[in-house]
Design a protein around this ligand. Structure first.
Ligand code: SF4
Ligand code: SF4
Length: 174
């Protein structure tokens, strides 16, 4: 049996909408889910779900099942009454921020806003996933990842290298 059908392709503005919602597209332009088997309706942005043909060609029953699953996930979040967010988030020291805006377009989760009045950037901790991209990019060193500031990282490196230190140095430290 040969089944003929027209080809499907994503909406022309799919990428633009995806950028606004913080979801990414695959090579063919369809929205990508968090995990095809373990989390097929969630996206990398918490609270944003995909269902139906925006994710790729599929039939009506599959689209309906996905829509129901996405609705159940949203309802689950709402009925809980509160949302847990990542403990490791970035923050910007407004005193150090020069307002260069380099970080503004780097965040893959659109978590950085620019305050036009104060001319500084600010992280929306509800959206931040703590990926560290902005921390590395800021030329002024104004951004810090919670639990990953320079002192903490150097202390961890010291701890890892503790056994490799010469004995005299360890005795002096004690
Ligand atoms: S990159 Fe750093 S200095 Fe520039 S706007 Fe962002 S936080 Fe401010
Ligand atoms: S740490 Fe990552 S997710 Fe958080 S604001 Fe910076 S770039 Fe965005």
């Amino acid at each position: 049996m040969v089944v003929l059908m027209g080809g499907l392709e994503p909406q022309t503005d799919a990428k633009e909408v995806g950028m606004k919602c913080g979801i990414s597209c695959g090579m063919a332009g369809w929205y990508t889910e968090r995990h095809p088997k373990l989390d097929p309706v969630a996206t990398m942005t918490d609270g944003v779900f995909v269902a139906g043909v925006c994710q790729g060609p599929k039939d009506i029953p599959a689209s309906v099942a996905q829509g129901a699953a996405a609705a159940a996930r949203v309802q689950g979040m709402i009925t809980k009454g509160e949302v847990m967010i990542e403990p490791i988030v970035a923050s910007i020291d407004e005193e150090e921020c020069s307002g260069c805006r380099i970080c503004n377009n780097m965040c893959p989760y659109n978590a950085i806003e620019f305050d036009d009045v104060k001319e500084v950037s600010r992280v929306n901790s509800a959206l931040c996933k703590g990926c560290g991209t902005c921390v590395a990019a800021c030329p002024a060193g104004a951004i810090t990842g919670a639990h990953f500031n320079n002192e903490q990282i150097f202390a961890e490196i010291d701890g890892i290298l503790w056994d490799a230190k010469p004995k005299e140095e360890l005795q002096n430290a004690n």
